[in-house]
Write a protein of this length. Structure first.
Length: 138
């Protein structure tokens, strides 16, 4: 949900890759986006830069990162995730329930009302014959 929101925020197409963990979306054939809530160290940024390669660029959206090492990596652009986006995402919930502020009221249809049949006792009326009895018994 967060990766999709950040792709929309930066005008990227949300298309996560099954092969590369850092490919959450793309804006062109060589420009990708990676979204994480972790704080990235200089070592992690260098490893990402090496994996992305010089012929591609990667926009990294994270909560925090080490500033000096981030500037030395030419194929990475690093942005902090805006607080407004983080606040709209729910964290630590595994029930996938959605906040619904107002539900439309259900309208009752009078056409669907079927009158209830009166309850019958187990006794058979004398005027009504048994349908399954032999004709000789009736």
């Amino acid at each position: 949900m967060l990766a999709e929101a950040m792709c929309k925020h930066f005008n990227y197409t949300y298309a996560p890759s099954a092969e590369q963990f850092w490919m959450h979306g793309h804006s062109s054939e060589t420009s990708y986006i990676y979204v994480t809530t972790n704080s990235l160290t200089g070592e992690q940024l260098r490893a990402l830069s090496d994996e992305v390669g010089e012929h591609r660029s990667l926009l990294i959206c994270c909560k925090a990162f080490e500033e000096p090492s981030a500037r030395a990596l030419g194929n990475l652009t690093i942005r902090k995730i805006p607080g407004a986006v983080l606040d709209r995402c729910e964290w630590g919930k595994d029930d996938y329930s959605l906040k619904i502020e107002s539900l439309p009221m259900m309208q009752e249809d009078d056409d669907d009302d079927v009158p209830f049949a009166p309850k019958r006792s187990g006794k058979q009326d004398a005027a009504t014959g048994d349908l399954f009895a032999d004709e000789a018994e009736a």
